[in-house]
Design a protein around this ligand. Structure first.
Ligand code: SF4
Length: 428
């Protein structure tokens, strides 16, 4: 959708969204958590989820939920590594606050078995451990939501010191932080005022509570979250990373080139770069030859990875490994080079690949309908006229085709009428 302003100029919806976020951030007093919470409920209605760790400060946010609507979905990441006291606290808060829709999210059992068979991944590779236990389950659960509320606060860490009430994330969701400006004294005062139950470990010196192996007691004067992943260069579990380990930046600040499902989105994926480590890359399109060279390591890498297929690469050689890739980027080197279409058909028709298949390179307006026909479902668009055409929803249709598609009920126009007949009958 595009809108015209009073001067008749065209403005992009993502820019409007970002401007809306800026306006929202100016609407509330710093400490007006209830107002921010209400605004999130009004704005997102049944597309809103709340994410809670049921940790040391969680009772305040969950009390706001109970005051607003106890049936709002509250996501709890049950990593399998929590303190027993936390699991008891979940039940206590559910009961005392009357929360009726706490959704427990667990890691994918096959991933856990594959990447962490003995349960010590937190020790050797905590990023990956958080990824399979927190980031992936939450990503899946949030797929149907337009936004979520968190309990993050500025005082917790230096990195969170710039947290706003409202963020527009690069996956185009609205993230709301009603308690962003609260101090630990505000939290304490609120808890006392409403008689909210305290986490059983709080008085033992645990001021921020996550998984048991990665949480330690905090001394007087330390940041509350300094007891998390103590001694490691890690301050966040990953669910608040915006693909680059920083707090989300509004998408309007980025150049959006990924076109999918009828709109432009921020692109979580990047290209493989020289010096990248096969065991650590994430959201990266790995070229076919690099994948073949480092196959064993990349198969064990727990992060989402994609594949980059250049013209002339033999995708059929990787038929057994395609399930490893969340996205496959097919390079179209020139308008006149049709090899990318063959690769896409091979992938989606013969090899049965069902993930993201994106076209990159020379992606031009006239090619796009043909690309959709061969199973491509996303585009990286840098050509400005093509981008504008897509933003306006102007794509050429193909009324006549000469080659049937295996994935569709089609027969070529003007030929083989005996084939066309049953197809038309079925269609009717
Ligand atoms: Fe694993 Fe620790 Fe992350 Fe929990 S906090 S998921 S145990 S690394």
């Amino acid at each position: 959708m595009e809108m015209a302003d009073v001067g008749g100029n065209r403005r992009k919806p993502d820019r409007l969204r970002a401007l809306g976020i800026v306006a929202l951030n100016g609407m509330f007093d710093e400490k007006d958590a209830a107002g921010v919470f209400r605004q999130a409920v009004d704005l997102l209605a049944d597309e809103l989820a709340i994410v809670s760790s049921f940790g040391a400060d969680s009772a305040v946010l969950l009390h706001l939920v109970s005051q607003s609507d106890p049936s709002l979905p509250v996501m709890f990441l049950e990593t399998g590594k929590h303190f027993a006291e936390t699991l008891v606290y979940v039940e206590t808060l559910k009961r005392e606050l009357g929360l009726t829709n706490v959704v427990t999210l667990r890691p994918d059992a096959a991933d856990a078995l594959r990447f962490d068979p003995i349960g010590h991944l937190w020790e050797t590779d905590p990023d990956s451990c958080c990824h399979i236990r927190k980031t992936e389950p939450l990503d899946k659960a949030l797929a149907g939501y337009g936004g979520w509320i968190t309990g993050r606060k500025r005082f917790q860490t230096e990195e969170r010191g710039v947290l706003p009430h409202f963020e527009l994330t690069s996956d185009d969701r609205i993230k709301v932080n009603p308690l962003a400006y609260w101090t630990s004294a505000d939290v304490e005062a609120y808890r006392t005022r409403f008689g909210l139950p305290e986490h059983p470990l709080y008085q033992d010196g645990y001021k921020s509570i996550g998984c048991a192996p990665c949480t330690s007691v905090v001394s007087e004067g330390e940041d509350p979250r300094s007891g998390r992943w103590r001694g490691l260069d890690k301050t966040e579990c990953g669910i608040h990373f915006d693909f680059n380990a920083r707090i989300a930046t509004p998408t309007a600040e980025r150049e959006l080139t990924l076109y999918r499902n009828g709109r432009f989105l921020a692109d979580p994926w990047r290209a493989w770069q020289e010096g990248d480590a096969a065991d650590g890359v994430r959201y990266t399109h790995v070229p076919v030859e690099v994948f073949l060279e480092h196959r064993d390591i990349l198969m064990k890498n727990p992060h989402p990875i994609g594949l980059y297929v250049a013209a002339g690469d033999r995708i059929e050689d990787l038929a057994g490994d395609l399930g490893r890739f969340s996205s496959i980027a097919i390079h179209f080197p020139a308008f006149t080079d049709g090899r990318g279409y063959s690769t896409a058909r091979l992938l989606t028709e013969r090899l049965g690949y069902r993930g993201e298949v994106r076209a990159v390179g020379d992606v031009l307006h006239d090619q796009i309908p043909l690309m959709w026909r061969v199973g491509i479902n996303a585009l990286t668009v840098t050509h400005s006229a093509t981008k504008k055409a897509l933003e306006r929803g102007e794509l050429n249709a193909i009324p006549v085709f000469m080659q049937p598609m295996g994935s569709e009920l089609e027969v070529p126009a003007g030929t083989r009428p005996f084939l066309r007949k049953p197809a038309e009958t079925e269609r009717a």
